[in-house]
Design a protein around this ligand. Structure first.
Ligand code: WT7
Length: 632
């Protein structure tokens, strides 16, 4: 059984052991899993290349840990509860036995279609149980899944398929989102016009939407399952074999395929799941994320299932049929542990209590948040109106790259503090550095958040481009993993994440690269150049403010804005649409040609002065012009 820390003293004791003897500590944790062959060595690492390997020589299959090992003890326990978009549609549940069979069947479908160990499979699917089944089926046969959020545009999808040379795309015909039916297959068709590696498109019939069909390439998921065996021996994987790739936006150029490996990821996500949420046998756990994000990978699928939990997957959106949907689902399924994002909390808070009051929420024991800093007002509302002042809140700080939760309280065990992620997990050694890379010791300090020692679920590389992994995460501060976040450590040693210090904007909890959004804007034929920054937004946390240089005079601003929104939507996805678009004559640049976003961020936030030293600019005069045209 995975260790579950039960008191603050035990936390301090375990933490101490985990940093004085990390290898001993993680070996003890790893012992609690099913391995085909035990590891020869716990850890080998250096952060210069970087090269990080955990549980070297160990052989396993993560699905034997998520499924097979539970069959005897909890085969008839519910593994997944699926709640459809439409509350009147039937709920689906899968026991561990049933889930095991479904995973084996789908694994056989993949095999029958020529998928082999190491092949990359792209997912572009709504939140249906088949998504979790297919993720596990890939893992079962050693294929590498690359899940792309099904709200991304065709060209964003094509980029990701091409980067990993995916052989197969899994999709649905359409997707139910609130009152709308959104086409999915049509987006895949559009993307696949420029993806030579794709041999098969497997489509799940969900909405019965009419679709185009490419003979020989396209197949119907349900048909492929006909008569397929439900027995499938799991592939033996090395600890360091790749489990999956997940794309995340960067500050420069194309998105990065963050690569995670089997052994360490399994150990770390299971350990953090059990400890952060204090999951106990029989608890009903619901994480509202989409499997298209790391949160869904680690804390809907792998962590909970490996821990033998009952995990809810929900297809819909928090606002349909009304703003009480989350709370209605909590009551309906007697949810004990509820994990969501600050953006959702703020959106629901804004609608008032009449959407909360009809529900008892009496089964809730633990609340969690993830994705961005949570403001104090939202934290207090969540605590009082959802948690009824009796549920601890875990504010979990982590990243796609970290694979699992890094800084968080342990629900009800270690102290919480509004807007603070609080304390590092066992085995996590955070440090704050100043701009010169010197470690800032002591408390009541602020700096760049780095991690100085490896942990089992950390990023191994960026797909196809190891240099990118090195330069983005391991180059800025020698010998340290750089998170890209600014952070404060208070007088008691508690951590508070301030936000990104690099060029990424988090909108509604989604990480958007400025570069990707700018590329989208620039694809408008009359746009010369653009720069986007985040600015504080009541609901979204951050929204996008775009500064755009147009070719010639803009005749009709409203029309041009509309056109820009359309291209961004098409090129990147609707989530990336700027909230505000200001037409400018130029952009403030450094002498090396780098846009001074610091200044643009201030203008977007409504500041009129205090721009600091602008003498380093190539074109200081432009600041005045940009300020004058600023949109309130
Ligand atoms: C960035 C990572 C981890 C899954 C969702 C996002 C921000 C995340 C918190 C938090 C303050 C947070 C950070 C981080 N972030 N959680 N609890 N408090 N900020 O994954 O897309 O990889 O984004 O999200 O800035 O670096 P991601």
């Amino acid at each position: 059984m995975t260790l579950q820390i039960k008191s603050i003293d035990q936390y301090h004791e375990v933490y101490k052991k985990s940093v004085t003897d990390p290898e001993g500590f993680w070996a003890e944790q790893a012992e609690t899993f099913t391995w085909r062959k035990k590891w020869d060595k716990v850890l080998e690492w250096e952060f210069d290349s970087p090269s990080v390997k955990w549980f070297l020589g160990g052989k396993l299959n993560i699905t034997e840990n998520c499924l097979d090992r539970h069959l005897e003890t909890r085969g008839d326990q519910t593994a997944i509860i699926w709640e459809p978009n439409d509350p009147s549609e039937a709920v689906k549940t899968y026991t561990y036995k049933q889930l095991h069979k479904e995973v084996c069947r789908f694994a056989n479908v993949l095999k029958k279609n020529g998928v082999q160990k190491g092949d990359r499979i792209c997912f572009y699917l709504p939140m249906i149980p088949e998504m979790a089944i297919a993720v596990l089926a890939c893992a079962r046969i050693g294929a590498i899944h690359s899940v792309v959020f099904a709200g991304f545009s065709a060209s964003a999808l094509a980029d990701r398929i091409n980067d990993a040379s995916c052989k197969m795309v899994l999709c649905s015909d359409g997707n139910y989102r609130g009152a709308k039916t959104v086409p999915v297959k049509a987006v895949v068709d559009e993307a696949c016009k420029s993806t030579p590696s794709v041999e098969t498109v497997l489509m799940y019939k969900r909405t019965e939407t009419k679709v185009e069909w490419v003979e020989g390439r396209d197949k119907v998921w349900q048909d492929e399952l006909e008569g397929v065996s439900d027995v499938c021996e799991a592939e033996e994987m090395d600890s360091e074999d790749t489990l999956f790739i997940l794309y995340t936006s960067g500050s420069t150029g194309k998105p990065k395929g963050v690569q995670h490996s089997c052994g360490g990821y399994m150990v770390y996500t299971t350990f953090t799941f059990k400890n952060v949420f204090q999951y106990n046998e029989g608890d009903i756990y619901w994480c509202t994320a989409d499997v298209g994000w790391i949160t869904g990978h680690s804390y809907i699928v792998y962590g909970p299932l490996s821990a033998g939990a009952t995990t809810i997957m929900s297809e819909g959106i928090p606002t349909y049929p009304d703003y009480g949907r989350f709370w209605q689902i909590c009551d309906k399924h007697k949810v004990n542990i509820f994990y969501t994002a600050p953006t959702a909390i703020r959106a629901l808070m804004a609608q008032g209590l009449q959407f909360v009051e009809p529900y008892s929420l009496s089964t809730l024991k633990v609340l969690g948040t993830v994705g961005e800093p949570i403001n104090e007002e939202a934290w207090r509302w969540y605590k009082k109106h959802i948690g009824k002042d009796k549920c601890p809140i875990v504010d979990t700080w982590w990243q796609t790259e970290t694979g699992g939760i890094m800084i968080s309280s342990l629900a009800g065990v270690t102290p919480e503090k509004p807007t603070f992620a609080t304390l590092p997990m066992p085995g996590i050694q955070p440090v704050l550095l100043n701009a010169e890379g010197t470690e800032i010791e002591g408390n009541d300090v602020e700096g760049f958040l780095c991690v100085k020692f490896p942990w089992p679920s950390m990023i191994r590389t960026t797909w196809g481009d190891h240099e990118r992994c090195r330069s983005v995460y391991f180059n800025r501060f020698k010998g340290k993993y750089f998170t890209g976040d600014g952070c404060r450590r208070d007088e008691n040693g508690m951590y508070r994440i301030i936000g990104r210090v690099d060029d990424v904007i988090i909108v509604s909890g989604h990480n958007l690269g400025t570069a990707e959004v700018e590329n989208g804007i620039n694809s408008h034929p009359n746009v010369v150049e653009s720069a986007v920054v985040g600015f504080p937004h009541q609901i979204k946390g951050n929204a996008i403010y775009a500064y755009v240089i147009m070719d010639g005079v803009v005749e009709d601003e409203a029309k041009t804005r509309q056109e820009i929104l359309e291209v961004v939507s098409k090129e990147v996805g609707p989530i990336a649409k700027p909230e505000k678009i200001q037409f400018v004559p130029g952009l403030p640049k450094t002498r090396s040609g780098k846009i001074m976003r610091r200044i643009l961020r201030k203008i977007a936030a409504g500041e009129k002065d205090n721009f600091g030293d602008i003498s380093t600019l190539l074109n200081p005069e432009i600041v005045e012009a940009v300020k004058e045209g600023a949109l309130g």
